[in-house]
Design a binder for this molecule. Sequence first.
Ligand SMILES: C[S@@+](CC[C@H](N)C(=O)[O-])C[C@H]1O[C@@H](n2cnc3c(N)ncnc32)[C@H](O)[C@@H]1O
Length: 251
Amino acid sequence: MNEADLLRRLQQANEKYGFVDNRDLSAAVEGEYAIIDGGHVPKIRPASLADLAFATQLDYVLQEIEKQMPGTIEQLGGHDEVVAVDLGCGTMPYAGSLMTVLASINGSIVLYGVDNNPEAIEDFYKGRNSNIGVTAKEGDIEKLHEIMAGYEKDTVELLFLFNPSPKIPFPELKKINSSLTEHAILIGSADGVTYNSPGHYMDGLRANNYRIIVMAHNPFGEMLNTGYWWSPKSFTTLNFSPWFVAVPEAA
Ligand SMILES: C[S@@+](CC[C@H](N)C(=O)[O-])C[C@H]1O[C@@H](n2cnc3c(N)ncnc32)[C@H](O)[C@@H]1O
């Protein structure tokens, strides 16, 4: 895909979700916002550009899901309530962007984040996520059924799993009670820049009886840097690529 196509995708998503001032979008495309210069960040992009990049890729992936399983996303739109859980949410820098795209599918989507690191949960609420209606829960991914036990609804429709295991084994998703997630669609990404390789992610999904239905390179990886979302201090080289969509294999 050439640069003109990528720009067109960003512009289309921006028209739909409206994250970025058009001047910022042009400036970014014309290279006025530097990305990485010898490990330093000379100019910081507005966080909204990272939001837009994330939403553009998610929008594309949702279209790919529709191609593979026609009607799936439309059906989610018809549910009274849709429950989405971000597994290993960390500080969830993409929460605002994710919520915006999800709300366009169904206005009653409820988004939770789960992480077993209490500091990550604390930082989650210190950042931009404090007032966008996302709830973070401390707990283990593998015990999601226990974490969700107190909620009225006993199914989760969407699971997210971004950059889950840079230095630790892939989470054992098969330990989650299957009735909770048996109809869920999992969307997430590896991160080829650190230790979280695409192969590791694919093996992890397969070992947990998930069938991969979409694998999509993320051409906006450089725009998706936590430093742009939070602050230069938290700058880390993530690229959120490639993205995967997977569904649990019927037992
Ligand atoms: C590299 S971070 C990614 C955070 C976020 N998804 C992102 O992309 O910015 C991985 C996160 O997964 C969490 N994590 C790893 N294994 C977990 C488990 N079994 N249960 C809950 N959280 C877990 C870690 O605490 C960490 O915050």
